[in-house]
Design a protein around this ligand. Structure first.
Ligand SMILES: Nc1ncnc2c1ncn2[C@@H]1O[C@H](COP(=O)(O)OP(=O)(O)OP(=O)(O)O)[C@@H](O)[C@H]1O
Length: 526
């Protein structure tokens, strides 16, 4: 899963770009790690002035390498940031409806953020460290081997062993990291839950209770992170100790084998110093690589990345000669639940308004969702009296407005409608209580009205969307629940006026509204 995801990110950035970046990193680090050689050469007594100037210039270039690497890395990281999020977003938007209804938005948002962050960090600490360490080990092994082949190999053996020990220690840390990630997502979810229930919380005076809950979650998070950090710190400390011991052994053996000629001793000491300084971070950096890989693995699994819904055969059949939307022997049950429908046969006349009535829990909303294609029935067929997929509009019970202008909300998705026409409809449905000016319509988002959009006004905006988009099928789920008597009469008049040919199925609970419908279908409890 992680491999597939990272491969996708790499492909989007482009393999030639990545190869070029790696070559640049390799050369830049080679120049940087030449410093022990340049310093040793500078201290040689017999050098000409020209040689000294050249060496000083080379040293200056070498010292510039780290900032140069960092600035190139930055533009690379921004590409990783964009594509890692883009791939996750594509994976999420292609999920079936049940994914969105089952997974809390806080979780999805938190994991997308976390995986893409880990991906960026992985690039920085992963790719960067691998190239940096490889260049250093290759260069210094060669430089030491030129002086004494045994010391060169001893260096390579000791420092490779050190890296292997670091890797082994990092692996032990895996599970803790996954746990820390989960507790971080809990905090995020809690904040979103608090925000969406703010009215209930304030009305029931339960701020203290909520604070205690949050304290508990924060404490859990703190403890898990402390645990992870403690293991990481202990591992780094041990590795730092190990590297110093190894360097001491090489120094003693090196001086014995290479000799104590001034420039050779200086070169050996400098190489070891550079190795310690750069490699001492290796343990932590490797732990970070492991941590980021774990974060990506855990986040992808929570987001169900790569897990696509088994493609059911569509239950829809199109027949342009048919006169009704027909449910034929439809059976449907939610996951591990009792059947909502068993061999259901129902018909809704094309071009007519049908009220769907019945007691709570008989499956009225489920029926509409089957018609939208959100859910696939386990068996049966739905005949649609059209040549191909008709234009459909669905207003669920809990429909929300987009955080976009009211105009964009009414004309969704992208209907090209003149402002004057929309204003006429606004007047007709009495939405002038909210929309006074063109700015109210085209510039203000629902949030800009400072929560002053009432439930009824929201329903009016959503209803205007149905009028403007002129769909062939309209599915309404208790769309008048927040409207007053007068507005209810107006909206039914508007339906007759603007949507005379649409096939409308509307869940209705109020008996008084049934008079506006051509047909009534009653769903009964078995
Ligand atoms: N997402 C879901 N997962 C599992 N069960 C569900 C889900 N949605 C609805 N149900 C169950 O399916 C049955 C039918 O629910 P549905 O919402 O379709 O009924 P309804 O007739 O629209 O009810 P109401 O009049 O209360 O809105 C109920 O028993 C409900 O608990």
């Amino acid at each position: 899963m992680v491999g597939k995801y990272l491969r996708q990110v790499i492909n989007r950035i482009g393999i030639p770009k990545i190869a070029l970046f790696c070559v640049f990193l390799f050369l830049a680090y080679a120049v940087y790690f030449a410093q022990p050689y340049l310093i040793t050469e500078l201290f040689q007594a017999h050098l000409s002035t020209n040689c000294q100037i050249l060496l000083v210039l080379a040293m200056a270039v070498s010292l510039m390498m780290m900032p140069l690497i960092n600035s190139c890395n930055n533009s690379f990281i921004q590409a990783v940031r964009k594509f890692s999020k883009q791939i996750l977003w594509e994976s999420v938007v292609n999920k079936p409806f049940s994914y969105f209804s089952d997974k809390p938005v806080g979780k999805v948002q938190s994991y997308i953020k976390d995986v893409s962050f880990a991906c960026r960090e992985l690039e920085q600490s992963g790719l960067g460290v691998v190239v940096q360490m490889s260049v250093m080990l290759i260069m210094y092994t060669i430089m030491l081997s030129i002086q004494n082949i045994f010391v060169g190999f001893l260096y390579l053996f000791f420092f490779d062993s050190y890296m292997l020990i670091s890797v082994w220690m990092a692996r032990k840390n895996r599970d803790n990291v996954a746990a820390s990630l989960k507790s971080a997502s809990k905090v995020n979810e809690y904040i979103i839950d608090y925000y969406s229930n703010i009215e209930t919380i304030l009305a029931t005076n339960s701020k203290d209770f909520e604070e205690q809950n949050m304290d508990k979650i924060l404490n859990d998070e703190q403890n898990t992170f402390i645990k992870v950090q403690k293991i990481t710190n202990e591992a780094s400390l041990f590795q730092q100790f190990l590297i110093v011991i190894l360097a001491c052994i090489i120094t003693v053996l090196g001086q014995f084998l290479i000799g104590t000629k001034e420039n050779q001793a200086l070169s050996l000491i400098l190489i070891l110093l550079y190795s310690i300084v750069n490699l001492s971070g290796f343990g932590t950096q490797y732990l970070a690589i492991e941590e980021f890989l774990n974060r990506i693995r855990s986040g992808l699994s929570e987001l169900e990345y790569g897990k696509n819904a088994a493609k059911n055969l569509s239950a829809f059949k199109f027949d342009q000669n048919a006169k009704t939307i027909a449910f034929k022997q439809i059976s449907y049950s939610y996951k591990n639940k009792q059947d909502v429908f068993q061999n259901l046969d129902l018909e809704f006349k094309k071009g007519k308004m049908t009220a769907l009535a019945g007691p709570n829990g008989t499956g009225k909303s489920t029926l509409l969702k089957l018609l939208t294609g959100f859910y696939q029935p386990q068996s049966g067929q739905i005949i649609l009296p059209f040549a191909k997929q008709p234009k459909l509009l669905y207003l669920p019970q809990s429909a929300q407005l987009f955080n976009r202008s009211i105009m964009a909300n009414i004309c969704y998705p992208n209907n090209k409608v003149a402002i004057e026409e929309v204003f006429k409809l606004i007047e007709e449905i009495n939405l002038k209580t909210l929309i006074h000016t063109e700015k109210d319509l085209t510039a203000k988002t629902p949030g800009d009205f400072k929560n002053k959009i009432s439930g009824g006004e929201k329903q009016k905006i959503l209803f205007l969307r149905a009028i403007v988009s002129k769909p062939q099928i309209i599915l309404l789920d208790e769309f008048t629940s927040n409207l007053d008597e007068n507005t209810i009469t107006i909206v039914y008049q508007m339906i007759k006026k603007y949507l005379p040919n649409a096939t409308i199925i509307s869940v209705v609970h109020r008996f008084a509204e049934l008079k506006y419908y051509d047909e009534v279908v009653n769903l009964k409890k078995d």
